[in-house]
Write a protein that binds this ligand. Structure first.
Ligand code: BG6
Length: 278
């Protein structure tokens, strides 16, 4: 089942249900904000304080950070790029079989985007909803000169409690600690007892998020960098659209091309960043 829905403020999204899972995807930002497998707790975290309105990114789900990840050089430009608050086009929706639904959204450069970033582009996000969730974000350069992007599928995962989780797949990996801007090396699994904001590099193994009663796995393609973020107590209080205790039930593991994993695309060249969550 695929249904087109609208909130009273005109905020549009589609709701998908098949025999394996259900999902909700907003037109703003091509933003998936629910993915729940049959008889399971939601996989994606969504803030109870999040607004669903145009011009504000949804806090939770999987925001798309593009064409830059993090702060822009120009401080007047928004953090994490602009496409998470742009309206995408539902290009195609199809029920492949009773277990799998495919949704394709597209966004092209516009007068509005060229004011923020002076390049012509085409973005396509393909989402496959089944007992796995797959996101494929394809960037195509439509200029006659190259451009450079950094980007992320900024996944917020729903967890039982931050003290219960550990993340495997990063042992011995170098990372940039965004809190000190120092290079460090991971030793063992990641656990959380303070603010964590890191760009892991040279990541090519499967990642697993181990929680009390389940394990969520993530496989990344077209990426060698992964951002791991939990704001912890103080930053959580300062975050927009988050409650003071939100940090307890979420962790971000973001499939990225960030920091030195930036990508340069020549004219007509494409690059696909893909995450499979299972
Ligand atoms: C993470 C960054 O990816 O996104 C954090 O590493 C940042 O530093 C977080 O706070 C949320 O960003 P935003 O722009 O959605 O509030």
């Amino acid at each position: 089942m695929i249904e087109y829905k609208k909130l009273s403020n005109n905020f549009q999204y589609i709701e998908v249900k098949n025999s394996k899972a259900k999902a909700k995807i907003a037109l703003q930002g091509a933003h998936i904000f629910e993915y729940t497998r049959s008889d399971e707790e939601p996989i994606l975290w969504i803030s109870e304080a999040s607004n669903f309105k145009y011009g504000e990114s949804i806090r939770g789900g999987i925001p798309i950070c593009w064409p830059w990840f993090g702060l822009a050089k120009d401080k007047n430009l928004p953090q994490h790029g602009f496409v998470r608050i742009f309206i995408w086009e539902f290009h195609n929706t199809s029920e492949i079989d009773k277990n799998t639904t495919e949704i394709i959204l597209k966004l092209k450069h516009s007068k509005q985007s060229l004011k923020l970033w002076s390049y012509k582009f085409e973005l396509e996000l393909k989402i496959l909803i089944s007992d796995n969730l797959t996101l494929m974000l394809k960037t195509k350069n439509l200029n006659d000169k190259p451009f450079t992007i950094t980007q992320a599928l900024h996944s917020y995962f729903n967890i039982s409690h931050i003290s219960e989780v550990s993340i495997k797949g990063f042992d011995k990996k170098p990372y940039l600690d965004a809190l000190t801007m120092k290079q460090k090396k991971q030793n063992g699994d990641i656990i959380f007892n303070k603010e964590v904001d890191r760009v892991y590099q040279e990541v090519n193994d499967e990642i697993s998020l181990k929680d009390k009663n389940r394990v969520i796995s993530i496989k990344n393609i077209g990426s060698s960098s992964v951002v791991v973020w939990n704001p912890w107590i103080d930053k959580c209080k300062r975050m927009s659209a988050m409650n003071d205790d939100s940090y307890k039930t979420m962790v971000c593991i973001e499939t990225a091309n960030a920091f030195d994993d930036k990508r340069v695309l020549k004219p007509n060249q494409s690059h696909t960043l893909e995450a499979v969550i299972f």
